[in-house]
Ligand binder design. Sequence first.
Ligand SMILES: *Cc1c(COP(=O)(O)O)cnc(C)c1O
Length: 363
Amino acid sequence: MIRISQPLITDREREAVLAVLDSGHLAQGEKVAELEAAWARLCGVRHAVAVSSGTAALHLALLAHGVEPGHEVITTPFSFVATANAILLAGAIPVFVDIEPDTFNIDATRIEAAITPKTRAILPVHLYGQPCDMGALTRIAGAHNLALIEDCAQAVGAEYEGWPVGSFGTGCFSLYATKNIMAGEGGIITTDNSAIADRLRLLRNQGQRERYQYECTGYNYRLTDLQAALALAQLEGLTYVTRRRQGNAAYLSEHISRPGIITPIVREGRTHAWHQYTVRFDGPEWHARSRRQAAIVALEAAGIEARVYYPKPLPWEPHLQGRCRAGNDTHAVDAAYSALSLPVHPGLNDDDLARIAREVNRL
Ligand SMILES: *Cc1c(COP(=O)(O)O)cnc(C)c1O
């Protein structure tokens, strides 16, 4: 079976984790500090703060920027549920602004109409690994004095006009097992703002600055040295992993030519990290939906795992009813019934790629 994702573990990862086990220091320590320094360098920012998950990263980023109950945070209706959950955890109201149909990312031209006096932050998601329109987003955030918090969970290594994601606002990354750089679980927050970084470090560790001196209510959102060592080893392979994903995506786009199936695009001036390679089925909803379902079954029978990220727009989720604001989300609804992700991970060989293209063309 060609899986939709597969962690890439080499001897480098094995040795790094064993060295931490032998050191006797497993909790947050030197390895976490090393990972933070490496991640800050990667994003070209002054600070990186490691936490226990991407969700924790988003939650703390919102809190550190002063997002409180009653505030509104503008985000995309087409993302993993963690994006919206982090806003709810901060007590704020997710305000959903529709996506661009071809990039699946938030449509920056629709954001200003959704801003109210209660808006505190914009939370764009670089979905599947393609950067959002960061030129427009930084302009809007600046003009309205809003925090800009980037959900970079799927986009480590991607760039907009030569600048890495996570360097425009406060960046939130995930080290979950399926992500491009992983540690099983984990998260990283990037920022140039020293006051925000200080606040993040307090919040992740019980509000504690010195031992047993508590400045605020905090969480236990710490990362372990075991995870940090694994992530550091992974980070050494980032260039390789990103090139492999880009090469695999280029192959699929060149070889998939099935009428009715639209291959993904990359906007000018952006590099794509290809966390997912996501095609769309065109046509009216009932037609796209049934062809997509048939494709999943046929590909499965051919030994290829294809997945739907994501089957429902976020404003439709039961736990968000009455707790969010949604306007026109036509394109998010379309994406939810028409998008299908195919394997693109670096573990694919030439035969795997040829088989994926062949079986898609045969649908
Ligand atoms: C994975 C993911 C998250 C959450 O990260 P976790 O580490 O699983 O908590 C948030 N947003 C997006 C877009 C993701 O893909």
